[in-house]
Design a protein around this ligand. Structure first.
Ligand code: SAH
Length: 225
């Protein structure tokens, strides 16, 4: 982007040095994130704009941070890993995200796939996320205020679905909304016992891969004003 004010770069400098960001990328790489595109998108996405100013100095630590309403912005490693799993078999056109939250994962995804459909139950979080994406000129995202357990059936099917809150079971509606060959990345479990799963819609039925222990806030029920 050759505009005078590249929205991806303005404001960032000074607040958090380029070196801090580079250290995060190096760390993600060392922890096994190998998709160069994913690493590049994380490098250029200003995570400090997705948290309160008081926490901005910690935005490039590899950790989840509070965003209000008992929710957190996901850990950069999880954002990178889940994005990489979605993209493992090639580029994706339509991706649905459940749990917009701060909009950080949304912003990363929007730079990696054609179109993002993002569902969130807490209206105020989603409104703020929307503003951030407009500010960053990321326009290929549409938002729905609703219940992620139901997905977004009207616009289905999706080539990829990513859930950024832990579900007690895999929601049937999300399986139903996967296109043939479509991939669902979702943490499943409760409390301390949570596993990241990759579920793929095969010609016949679904294949499942368990990818290891994770820690997410719960996927709750129903929209909230
Ligand atoms: N990816 C977000 C993570 C936010 S935390 C980020 O990086 O900021 C998980 C989010 O899922 C919260 O915003 C929470 O409100 C939302 N959530 C929880 N249950 C939901 C449901 N049933 N439907 C939609 N969103 C839900």
């Amino acid at each position: 982007m050759a505009r005078e004010q590249d929205p991806m770069l303005h404001r960032g400098i000074g607040m958090t040095s380029q070196r801090t960001r580079e250290r995060l990328i190096q760390r993600l790489y060392e922890e096994g994130v190998s998709n160069a595109k994913v690493l590049e998108v994380i490098r250029r996405t200003p995570r400090h704009l997705f948290v309160d100013e008081a926490l901005a100095h910690r935005a490039y630590e590899d950790t989840a941070l509070p965003i209000g309403h008992n929710q957190t912005i996901s850990q950069p490693y999880m954002v990178a890993r889940m994005s990489e799993l979605l993209l493992e078999a090639g580029p994706l056109d339509k991706v649905m995200e459940i749990g917009t939250g701060s909009g950080y994962q949304t912003a990363v995804l929007s730079q990696l796939v054609e179109r993002v459909f993002s569902v969130e139950r807490i209206k105020v979080l989603q409104d703020r996320a929307k503003e951030r994406l407009v500010e960053l000129n990321l326009r290929n995202v549409v938002f729905r205020w609703g219940d992620g357990w139901e997905g977004w059936p009207a616009l289905a099917p999706y080539n990829g679905i990513i859930v950024t809150a832990v579900a007690t079971d895999v929601p049937q509606a999300l399986l139903d909304q996967l296109a043939p060959g479509g991939r669902l990345v979702i943490p499943v479990g409760a409390g301390e016992v949570q596993q990241l799963m990759l579920i793929i819609r095969e010609e016949q039925g679904f294949s499942r891969r368990v990818l290891g222990a994770v820690r997410f806030v719960p996927l709750l029920n129903g929209p909230l004003a």
